[in-house]
Design a protein around this ligand. Structure first.
Ligand SMILES: [Zn+2]
Length: 396
């Protein structure tokens, strides 16, 4: 009988000690009996998901986590999201992530424009795209504030800042730089003019929601290619996620995507539905990946209590039920790990190693302690190259 594998990823959940949590990290403070059980019945350790010299994006960290070394496979964040949307790219195209952002006092105030809905966000992108009339520039509406922009026929060599890492920074300091930056600046300025008095923004202001001030282009790259997971590891897989980045990686490695109604990529996501979908998928697939963005968003919000609540929901509604269900198979393993830390006081991703907890067939306990950053470190089990984690996970 083939073995079953469940990989559960609370995005950005690793953290530093927080004052409001009595000097504990979110993992320490949260009530997460199921993750603790996995650590106590199995093993915990730490893994370096972000190679030295690379920026600690979810894209890089998630690629490691899937078993692909970002150093040799990574071409940029946007190409991965383009794969999610099945956007055709030629070898010469550049694809950018296009956020809808809120600026205030000439600073980056909100990388998500108040977590604008997909309906409003995509409508603004669609209308702006029509308004600019530039044959070399195409916009593709995505989910919420996350959209894409493809630029053809232009030579580019730009540095563009991820807006979520520059909250509160002066816009003039974080504008794109390098060859082709003028085109990006021009599009940004055009969007500001277009959005200024847009009826959708009027309604948002009336409701006290953050208006859309501008597009923000970043995360660019040329089209991506990854070897299929089944060819590399001999297993098929399915992914459950609301986030285009993870969808894109899943598609690139040949996983099926399982849609869960009410999966939002935010704190109000359908935790119960994700857990149930994962259990169903275990019947059909060797490996089921469940990704939850809510913890990362809480980190970006700088809100440890929110993050703690999100992690507790993941534990109760996803980790617990999946852990119970997977044990009905003869051979199985479960792995819980964030992709990277998003410390609440920093409100941005960092490249430090993350804790992991693994249990199942052939895993022997060495440290009978609950799951968190410090115990993981204490366990003395360190995976130096994140991409090696998958092989360790799969090898019974
Ligand atoms: Zn992440």
């Amino acid at each position: 009988m083939t073995a079953k594998y469940a990989l559960i990823i609370p995005d950005g959940a690793a953290d530093n000690p927080q004052e409001i949590l009595g000097g504990k990290t979110v993992f320490q403070a949260a009530d997460i009996p199921n993750m603790d059980k996995i650590a106590r019945q199995g093993r915990q350790g730490i893994v370096h998901t972000v190679p030295k010299g690379m920026s600690p994006g979810s894209d890089v960290a998630m690629m490691s986590l899937l078993g692909y070394d970002p150093k040799t496979n990574y071409t940029g964040r946007a190409p991965i999201e383009a794969a999610a949307q099945e956007i055709p790219l030629s070898a010469e195209d550049w694809v950018f992530r296009c956020n809808l952002v809120t600026m205030a006092d000439e600073k980056m105030a909100d990388h998500s424009a108040g977590h604008i809905s997909t309906k409003e966000g995509s409508e603004l992108i669609r209308q702006f795209s029509q308004a600019i009339k530039n044959d070399n520039v195409r916009f593709y509406p995505g989910v919420g504030y996350r959209h894409l922009c493809v630029i053809s026929g232009v030579e580019l060599d730009v540095v563009a800042c991820p807006p979520h890492d520059y909250i509160g920074q002066k816009i003039s300091k974080i504008m794109p730089k390098g060859k082709g930056a003028d085109l990006l600046k021009q599009l940004t300025a055009q969007s500001q003019q277009f959005f200024e008095d847009h009826p959708i923004n009027k309604v948002r202001r009336d409701l006290g929601e953050n208006p859309v001030s501008s597009i923000w282009l970043w995360g660019q790259g040329r089209r991506a290619f990854l070897e299929k997971f089944s060819a590399r590891y001999g297993k098929n897989g399915a992914a459950i996620t609301a986030v285009d980045l993870v969808r894109g990686l899943a598609k690139l490695v040949g996983f099926d995507l399982i849609e869960v109604p009410g999966a939002t990529g935010y704190l109000d996501t359908n935790f119960v539905g994700k857990g149930e979908a994962a259990i169903d998928a275990l019947d059909k697939y060797d490996l089921v990946l469940v990704h939850v963005e809510a913890t990362d968003e809480a980190g970006h919000n700088g809100n440890p209590l929110q993050k703690k609540k999100a992690l507790e929901n993941i534990d109760k509604f996803i980790v617990g039920p999946v852990y119970e269900a997977i044990q009905t198979f003869d051979r199985w393993r479960i792995l819980v790990m964030p992709d990277h830390p998003t410390p609440c006081e920093i409100r941005a991703h960092v490249g430090q190693p993350v804790p992991f907890a693994i249990a199942g067939t052939g895993i022997i306990n060495v440290l009978d302690k609950p799951f968190h950053e410090f115990n993981s470190f204490e366990s003395g089990f360190e995976v130096a190259r994140g991409a090696d984690m998958m092989e360790y996970f799969l090898k019974l």
